[in-house]
Design a protein around this ligand. Structure first.
Ligand code: G4P
Length: 188
């Protein structure tokens, strides 16, 4: 998606270890006009997929997910990274984050993801794909179907998209980063 690619080149900042900071328009300060345009692009790409619910994982996925849900007029569920003591009927999975070097538990209520649901998962970054694999697991546990996964930015060199597609899931990324070597952003 051209406007996102241009914005990444203009305002994205590279950090050692292959980290791209987009804090000025996605991860800290947010640009709602760009967010709306990105959500419209997902709506176009997933049109006709029969999706009835949007799923994301807190925290940074919530903004793009709610914009997609708003445009599609569908409910948005965000999986939680801490098990609420009051939540019953839970779907639970473990996710290892390479970026943060820790394993965390992700959960969602069976009340909101259930058998027969056709889910569209939305998130900001696709890196190693572990969060995505965890979400596929949650959806499977619920007896629902992962109908598609949409990411704002994919870091192709970390291989996450291949892992998710190997699970038979359609993956769409709005901007694909080929490399961040030498702190230079190379887009596909
Ligand atoms: P994976 O989910 O694809 O396996 O990737 P990984 O575990 O490595 O990523 C862990 C977290 O770091 C995720 O956010 C992911 O969105 C974020 N992340 C990965 N690479 C980058 C990057 O280059 N830049 C930025 N800004 N974020 C990156 P999270 O732990 O879910 O945190 P949150 O921000 O959503 O709360």
């Amino acid at each position: 998606m051209q406007i996102l690619k241009e914005r990444i080149l203009k305002d994205g900042k590279c950090f050692p270890g292959g980290i791209l900071k987009v804090d000025s328009f996605i991860n800290h300060q947010m640009d709602p006009v760009l967010m709306e345009a990105m959500a419209e692009e997902f709506v176009k790409r997933f049109e006709g997929s029969g999706i009835n619910k949007i799923l994301t994982v807190e925290a940074s996925g919530i903004a793009p997910a709610i914009m997609v849900g708003y445009l599609m007029k569908l409910p948005v569920v965000f999986a939680k990274k801490n098990k609420p003591s009051t939540m019953e009927n839970m779907l639970v999975t473990e996710v290892f984050s390479f970026t943060k070097n820790k394993t965390y538990t992700v959960c969602a209520s069976k009340d909101y993801i259930s058998e027969g649901d056709k889910i569209l998962f939305i998130d900001d970054f696709l890196a190693n794909g572990n969060a995505g694999l965890g979400m596929i697991d949650l959806v499977k546990q619920a007896g629902a179907e992962m109908a598609g996964m949409g990411f704002l930015i994919e870091k192709e060199f970390q291989g996450g998209a291949v892992k998710l597609r190997n699970e038979g899931v359609r993956v769409e990324s709005l901007a694909v980063i080929e490399s961040l070597d030498n702190c230079t952003i190379t887009l596909k």
